[in-house]
Design a protein. Structure first.
Lengths: 292, 941
């Protein structure tokens, strides 16, 4: 059994939300997971009928449980994530809100926002332009040296190992303007840069077995705007999914790369949030000892 | 600011007291309430035969000092009782009600001696706070009538409201010290619970006092109490101040890591390395977690380059490096691997059982201690403590001991050691296994390198002494003699059972080293610690074998593949020269031993004499690649340093002269020293080219590696001239090569060495002043973007430099330049420098300190001093920066202190006292000069 034993698919009876159903069912089957399908409604139906109404037919061999609570969909989804100890949420970036035209400037519906902002659980998100076919064939993961990216790479490797996908890791240098993730003091760059580059990937794989780490079969260095490069690489490689870490804030000016991928990506996104309690190791040095 | 009332200042200004058990005697009420609660529960579940809650043992082990719900959870887990959150919450509430009832019925007792100490501290201006997990904190303080004794009060209610984690997390203590407007480093913590003592230790508090109210002293000390007392009446303010200073002294001798972070593990493995010149072992955990780079390196054991692991494809390729048999330092299997298990369940800190980890490098003794606490099924806690070292007294010897203690259970704990290396091909691709066998009580592992044909033998012997496991590992290679197996076997057998004596000899060797090398900065433990850490790591790779030198990351990491650069002669050597000149001699003998390689290289370059390799292998051959290629795009980036950074040849000659100057070692000068001077001078005589009456040096790379193919690099030309002059001087002195000496003098005199212009600035190379301006952004300084590598052509045309280049000259020839000229060059070049090299900050610190540019001097000094040893940066993942450590030492000695050598020995610049950093009262050190040791000190007036 994989680390993703329990999946959640929130639906709202709109064609928008149903676009995630095929992916969710496929993932559940391939991961050997239980798929909880959740539809908040005041008119519950028998399970099979409900799935049909929700355009989520073809369960195949996946183990599917249907939940139809009444009440606020956001609250219901958040509660379900807790109650069922959900390991992965699979959802469309926008469901009914796409049809109603509400807030069209946003690429994310209310339920997706709530899940992303208020839970730490990894999410497979299908952006509105998603059209990558099933089965998934390859994964692209962005490495930046930030804890969120490490976490995303970890999730990517876990998922890729279970699905037998190859992972291409790409690190994108932003050119002169940005502080480089590859760090300070590249004394002899032909020694430092390759080693640091390897470490950038290693950081995200420290909790993985050698076998899982071997899913990563390619590591690229690219320069330019991160979102542009990721979109181009994903398109060129026909990546099924792009794994991306984010810091957990969607407000104005935040999560720019994520937002652009939401608008433009044609593949799925595996979105992983920075861990709340990052592992802590402290050295008793410098100002930890005196503050002179 | 320290508390200063009553005339004498104290080293601390804040004190934080736990409440129950330290100030008040509510522990008894709490214990009784817990007992009533749990006994009732246990009786209902298990009937009358239940094992009751023990008011002593269970109280201390599971509930003492913890927030209520945590206490409930912890005890239930220990008894294997599984209750849901709601039921646990109900128990916690009932405990609360039981306690409240008792509080009102019985009132609060206080410890008079504790309150007296609180008052005495307050009289001396120390701010006080009380911190308790109890939600009744304020009630209890009020009931006892002592709330006015504290400037801040935090209790269980604050804990919940502010979302602070309970003890042993340091959150509450940190919040309290912030409320007192102090810092953990300046604050005391008084605690009677182990969880509280741990919180004080983890929070980095200046002094943690454990109050033992009965049979708990050992646990408190183990939890991290610096001082354990039975009652606060045993203390007064003076004793606390003494203890605080003593703790600072201890901290300044050790580097401690608390906690575990997989992403930083490789950095920690680097910092906590042990070694002795013959070998180095990274500071990995005894049970290395997956992904650990737990390497053993033996100086001189190199092999052909192997593809990078573990990823099959990596972006960067250096295509032409396949064939050199000594291209990279070999990673050998970690010799300290232990396996520990509880009831058959393996302990691995990175796995699910790791609870607490403390890794402490004792710099004074050269010993690494690791203390790991694990929790396995049913709440069984097991502590594994280990020590290890690489004997400084016996370079082939490694020592390790380990003790596993069951803290709260009787399950079987096993501990074993093995040289077995299951994934050899994957983890150590240079090696073939020759043998893994047992010979009596000795385990033997023997390997051979694939291309260079070295054989390496490890022999391990394990035995028990009481509860402890003790182990010796002997390491020999075919470079030591024809039969490393027999040597290792004989070595480990001859030393069996003498662990303590062997450890004592090792510690004595370190003590002797510190007598020569220690630098005191009283009152600044963090500075002393960082300086000692640097000296420790400078000592680790310096051995007795003239066939090897020190790689850029010493014996602490795979990066730089063990290649030897100018770092050794220019940055590290002065430290050895003035602390242990024999080491400096050994390092120079390596250059002598590789003269043949340097001659080969000169011939390849169409020159006479000897040209040392920019990146040298053990044979003296250059192993710098000429290009790297980006695999995915095919883009090629040329590397010019190998062919053009020829100043290394003069750097070696400069070091020869420095060594002779500092030791007057005539044998060395007459033999190896002169040979190096002559052969390098022959190289320069040909490498300089005539241009009218002058001679010039074209097509070089100076220390600033952003510019290639330049003519008359000031640094290179000055160094070459010095090389030529010293060779001529030596020839005259030894009465040899008279004709050549004359030629060298002539070339030196004609060699164009760029001089200060009208504004005092020396042009770095011909045409530098005409390059395009490139105003450096803040982000680019200290964090030179990788773009510098890709845009090498553009960078070559810009006025941006990687590191001190012209500024190296006043560093190496301090008396050749007036302060005005040095200042002019500093002001010109410093703003153009992005410090893309770790060698740069130390040189800037030294020059700024000499000039009295206080802010710059301090900024660069701190940058360099804490370059590796920092929580903020991740610089040391690939290995320590030995040259930056040597540079830091030089910045202190030659920059801040302005030391010069004369007939009377070393003397400190009389102005040094005024320009010391403001927080330094005094600096004391010892320098070796011409056969004597000179204690030196400077005190701020």
């Amino acid at each position: 059994m994989s680390d993703f034993a329990c999946l959640l698919l929130p639906l709202d009876a709109s064609p928008g939300s149903a676009r995630a159903a095929d992916t969710a069912l496929w993932l559940a089957e391939r991961l050997g997971a239980t798929l909880h399908v959740l539809h908040a409604t005041t008119h519950p139906l028998p399970a099979a009928e409900a799935l049909e109404r929700l355009r989520a037919k073809g369960a195949g061999r996946a183990h599917v449980v249907v939940h139809q609570p009444s009440g606020d969909p956001q609250a219901a989804v958040l509660e379900a994530i807790q109650t069922h100890r959900v390991d992965l949420v699979v959802m469309s970036a926008r469901g009914a809100s796409l049809q109603t035209g509400a807030d069209t400037a946003r690429a994310l519906g209310g339920v997706a926002c709530a899940v992303l902002e208020r839970t730490p659980v990894p999410v497979v998100l299908l952006p509105s332009r998603h059209r990558a076919p099933l089965p998934w064939t390859s994964m692209l993961a962005a490495a930046s040296g930030e804890p969120a990216a490490d976490e995303a790479l970890d999730a990517a490797a876990r998922m890729a190992a279970s699905l037998r996908l190859r992972v291409t890791v790409v690190h994108i240098e932003d050119g002169d303007a940005q502080a480089p993730a590859l760090g300070a003091y590249a004394d002899a760059p032909h020694h430092e840069v390759p080693k640091r580059f390897e470490h950038l990937v290693h950081r995200g794989l420290t909790r993985r077995t050698a076998e899982e780490a071997h899913c990563v079969d390619e590591v690229l260095l690219r320069r330019g705007d991160a979102a542009t490069v990721l979109l181009a690489e994903a398109a060129q490689r026909h990546s099924s999914v792009v794994a991306l870490g984010w810091r957990g804030a969607l407000g104005a000016g935040r999560a720019q790369v994520f937002k652009r991928l939401l608008l433009e990506a044609e593949c799925a996104l595996l979105v992983v949030r920075r861990p709340n309690h990052a592992a802590r190791a402290r050295l008793k040095v410098g100002s930890e000892i005196d503050d002179g | 600011m320290s508390a200063v009332l009553a005339g004498v200042s104290l080293a601390f200004d804040a004190a934080i007291f736990d409440m129950d058990g330290v100030l008040t005697r509510t522990a008894r009420l709490h214990a009784a309430a817990w007992k009533a609660l749990f006994d009732d529960l246990l009786r209902r579940r298990e009937g009358e035969g239940f094992r009751p809650f023990d008011e002593q043992a269970d109280y201390r082990a599971y509930v003492d000092g913890k927030p209520r719900r945590e206490g409930v959870r912890s005890f239930l887990r220990a008894r294997g009782i599984d209750l849901d959150g709601a039921a646990q919450q109900a128990l916690a509430q009932r405990k609360d009600a039981l306690f409240e009832r008792a509080l009102h019925a019985q009132g609060v007792e206080t410890f008079a001696s504790s309150l007296a100490l609180v008052r005495a501290l307050r009289e001396r201006g120390v701010k006080t706070a009380v911190v308790t997990s109890s939600r009744h904190g304020r009630e209890v303080l009020a009931a006892a009538g002592i709330d006015a004794l504290f400037d801040a009060r935090l209790d269980g209610i604050d804990l919940d409201e502010r979302g602070l984690a309970g003890k042993p997390d340091p959150d509450m203590f940190v919040a309290a010290v912030e409320a007192l407007q102090s810092t953990p480093a300046r604050a005391l913590v008084f605690e009677d619970a182990v969880a509280g003592v741990q919180a004080g230790r983890r929070g980095g508090f200046g002094l943690v006092v454990g109050v033992d109210r009965g049979d708990n002293a050992q646990a408190l000390a183990q939890g991290g109490a610096d001082l354990v007392i039975g009652d606060l009446g045993e203390l007064d303010v003076q004793r606390l101040d003494d203890a605080f200073h003593a703790r600072q002294e201890t901290m300044a001798w050790e580097v401690e890591e608390e906690g575990y972070d997989p992403a930083r593990e490789r950095q920690m493995e680097t910092l906590f390395a042990v070694g002795n010149g013959y070998l180095g072992v990274r500071g990995a955990l005894d049970v290395p977690p997956p992904g650990s780079q737990c390497d053993l390196f033996v100086a001189g054991i190199y092999d052909r380059k192997r593809p990078d692991l573990p990823y099959s494809e990596i972006e960067f390729l250096a295509p032409e490096r396949g064939e050199d048999p000594y291209a990279e330092l070999v990673s050998l299997p970690f010799p300290f691997v232990l396996a520990a298990a509880v009831d058959g369940e393996a302990l691995d800190f990175a796995g699910p059982h790791g609870i607490e980890l403390r890794r402490t490098l004792d710099l004074k003794r050269g010993v690494l201690e690791i203390d790991a606490l694990y929790e396995t099924g049913a709440g069984r806690r097991t502590r594994v403590r280990t020590r290890r070292c690489a004997s400084l007294a016996d370079p082939h010897l490694l020592l390790q001991d380990a003790l596993a203690t069951a803290e709260n259970h009787f399950a079987e704990v096993t501990l074993s050691a093995s040289l077995e290396q299951p994934a050899l091909a994957q983890r150590h691709p240079h090696l073939e296994r020759v043998e893994h066998a047992h010979d009596g009580d000795v385990e033997i592992a023997r390997y051979a390198t694939r291309a260079s044909g070295f054989e390496i033998c490890l022999a391990s012997r394990v035995w028990r002494e009481g509860e402890a496991m003790r182990r010796l590992v002997s390491v020999f290679t075919s470079r030591d003699g024809p039969d490393p197996r027999a040597a290792a076997l004989g070595h480990v057998r001859a030393r069996a059972q003498r662990f303590d004596a062997l450890m004592a000899a090792h510690e004595a060797a370190w003590a002797a080293f510190w007598q020569r090398a220690d630098i005191r900065v009283p009152g600044r433990p963090s500075v002393e610690q960082a300086l000692r850490f640097g000296s420790y790591h400078l000592r680790l790779p310096a051995g007795d074998d003239p066939r090897v030198s020190i790689g850029a990351r010493a014996l602490t990491g795979r990066a730089y593949e063990g290649h030897v650069f100018w770092d050794v002669e220019i940055f590290m050597l002065p430290f050895h020269l003035h602390t242990d000149p024999a080491r400096a001699r050994t390092l120079l003998l390596f250059r002598h031993a590789t003269l043949e390689g340097a001659r080969r290289r000169a011939r390849e370059l169409g020159q006479r004499g000897a040209c040392f390799a920019w990146e040298s292998n053990i044979a003296g051959d250059d192993v710098t690649p000429t290009k790297i290629v980006l695999k995915s795009s095919g883009k090629e980036i040329p590397i010019f340093t190998g062919r053009q950074q020829i100043h290394v040849t003069a750097d070696v000659a400069y070091a020869v002269w420095r060594y002779w100057d500092a030791t007057q070692d005539e044998d060395f000068l007459a033999g190896p020293g002169a040979q190096i001077l002559f052969e390098t001078a022959r190289f320069w005589a040909g490498r300089t080219v005539p241009d009218g009456p002058r001679r010039r040096i074209r097509d070089v790379v100076g220390p600033d590696e952003y510019h290639h193919g330049v003519t008359d690099n000031a640094y290179t030309n000055w160094m070459a001239r010095f090389n030529l002059e010293r060779a001529a001087w030596a020839a005259q002195r030894l009465n040899v090569h008279a004709a050549e000496a004359q030629e060298w003098q002539g070339v030196a005199a004609a060699l164009h060495c760029p001089q200060p212009g009208a504004d005092g600035v020396i042009e770095q190379f011909e045409g530098f002043f005409e390059l395009a301006d490139h105003p450096l952004s803040r982000q680019e300084r200290f964090k030179a973007p990788v773009a510098r590598l890709f845009d090498w052509e553009r960078v070559n045309r810009m006025k941006v430099i990687k590191q001190a280049d012209v500024l190296m000259l006043p560093m190496l020839f301090p008396d050749e330049f007036s302060d005005a000229v040095v200042a002019a060059n500093y002001r010109y070049y410093e703003p153009l420098t992005d410090h893309g090299s770790s060698l740069s900050p130390a040189v800037h610190a030294a020059i700024a300190a000499r000039l009295g540019f206080e802010d710059d001097a301090q900024r660069y000094w701190k940058e360099s001093l804490w370059l590796d040893l920092s929580n903020k940066m991740d610089n040391s993942t690939l290995g320590i920066h030995a040259a930056a450590m040597g540079g830091t030492w030089q910045a202190l000695v030659f920059g801040w202190l302005g030391v010069r050598f004369g007939d009377g020995g070393p003397r400190i610049d009389p102005l040094a006292a005024q320009r010391l950093p403001p927080s330094w009262r005094r600096v004391a050190l010892t320098l070796a000069w011409r056969g004597r040791s000179y204690p030196l000190e400077v005190t701020r007036p």
